[in-house]
Design a protein around this ligand. Structure first.
Ligand code: B12
Ligand code: SF4
Length: 335
């Protein structure tokens, strides 16, 4: 099997790392390939970055399109890369690319393929095929102009087995921080949310591919896929001891399950699991307004958060229906 260099590119405003690329870099390394993670903080950095990639000349380049907003610079980068002479395969991935797949391929001949949904498995298969000069059409999870929407479904959940390969740790006041993903998916169906649309589409495609409802549920398609608390704590301990990380930023769409009792079990499991020094733990979380105030289990959740040295638990309105938000309005606010 031939191995290749793979350029992985994302916009990361403010110097943050891209956790998506850290997961892809890890999967590619495990697959024997050599990832090069390149990030830009704004449009001024696009040209030097494109020139750097031309110098590296990887046969496969993957660019992250997580949102429509992020895609403006990202697509400009791809056009620049082609203008500068890059002739290798260019793929894109991320939530927005997943949903806008056909439009992207129709609008930009410079882009060869779109990786849809989780990227860990398809990017390695794509790299294998590019390395061997094989046809990339028909790669599971990869869409080309010749089709592929019907092969969007990828069996297997690399997320649960892959440890991200961090290329940097952002510092807050000199303190190293790391992003962590403990859960993929969310129980919410908020109308304005791109990720809710991604989950809905994935479920529809799984059904169309003939998967039984029981299998869809078991695989967590369209729902929440959760790593065991002990594994999350282990990752935090590794980051703490090996890299001096002291600030952990959970990027989960929604960390806790919808059911308050189940949420309580998760919080307790993470609190009990071995991880960084418990005496130095401080947490900050956004909790749904109703979760923070209502009901037995829900009240307990807030109490537990505060007792387990939660420095700040800020209620937020996201995920609530208008009727639920209205319940918190004072008569003056309603007037
Ligand atoms: C951290 C974060 C940020 C950070 C850093 C962004 C970054 N580039 O890393 C900051 C604060 C800067 C940010 C800013 C914005 N964000 Co933001 N952000 C997130 C958040 C919370 C986590 C992303 C993450 O790390 N996920 C974990 C990784 C592992 O998952 P992933 O990104 O989905 O990646 C997987 C696949 O999508 C795929 N994949 C992703 N990229 C690629 C690339 C290739 C080549 C391949 C093959 C595959 C692939 O493979 C990955 C592994 O399986 C998500 C919500 C979420 N939980 O996902 C929102 C989210 C991505 N952000 C969103 C938005 C709207 C924005 C902003 C536009 C907000 C604004 N108005 O300014 C800006 C855009 C800025 C920019 N230019 O990127 C939306 C996008 C909505 C949509 N798709 O319609 C999301 C989904 C939140 C939401 N629920 O609405 N964001
Ligand atoms: S709770 Fe957040 S991640 Fe979940 S569907 Fe609503 S906006 Fe999207």
């Amino acid at each position: 099997m031939n191995r290749i260099a793979v350029g992985l590119v994302a916009g990361t405003p403010g110097g943050a790392e891209s956790l998506a690329l850290a997961y892809l870099a890890s999967a590619l390394t495990n697959g024997g390939h050599t990832p090069h993670v390149l990030t830009y903080g704004g449009s001024r950095q696009l040209e030097p970055l494109a020139r750097e990639l031309i110098r590296l000349d990887p046969p496969l380049v993957g660019v992250s399109l997580p949102s429509g907003h992020a895609s403006i610079d990202a697509v400009a980068f791809i056009l620049l890369l082609r203008t500068l002479g890059h002739a290798g395969h260019i793929t894109v991935g991320g939530a927005w690319a997943t949903l806008s797949c056909q439009r992207i391929l129709e609008s930009f001949p410079q882009i060869d393929s779109v990786v849809r949904y989780d990227g860990e498995i398809p990017i390695v298969e794509l790299a294998n095929r590019v390395a061997n000069g094989a046809d990339v059409r028909g790669t599971d999870g990869v869409c080309t102009r010749e089709g592929g929407m019907e092969t969007g479904f990828v069996e297997g959940d690399a997320f649960l087995q892959t440890r991200p390969l961090h290329d940097r740790f952002r510092r807050y006041a000199g303190v190293p921080s790391a992003k962590i993903s403990a859960v993929r998916g969310c129980f919410g169906k908020c109308k304005y949310c791109g990720l809710a649309a991604v989950r809905k589409e994935r479920k529809r495609e799984a059904r169309a591919a003939g998967l039984a409802a029981s299998k869809i549920r078991a695989l967590g398609i369209g729902g929440m896929r959760r790593r065991p608390a002990a594994d999350v704590a282990q990752e935090m301990a590794e980051l703490y001891h090996e890299y001096g990380v002291r600030f952990f930023h959970f990027v989960d769409e929604n960390h806790l399950p919808a059911d308050p009792e189940a949420a309580l079990v998760e919080v307790q499991a993470l609190a009990r699991a071995r991880g960084p020094n418990p005496h130095q733990r401080r947490r900050q979380a956004s909790i749904r307004c109703d979760a923070a105030t209502r009901g037995r289990g829900l009240g307990q959740l807030t109490e537990l958060a505060l007792r387990s040295s939660c420095a700040r638990a800020a209620p937020r309105a996201g995920q609530l229906r208008y009727s639920e938000i209205a319940a918190y309005q004072t008569p003056a606010m309603r007037a």
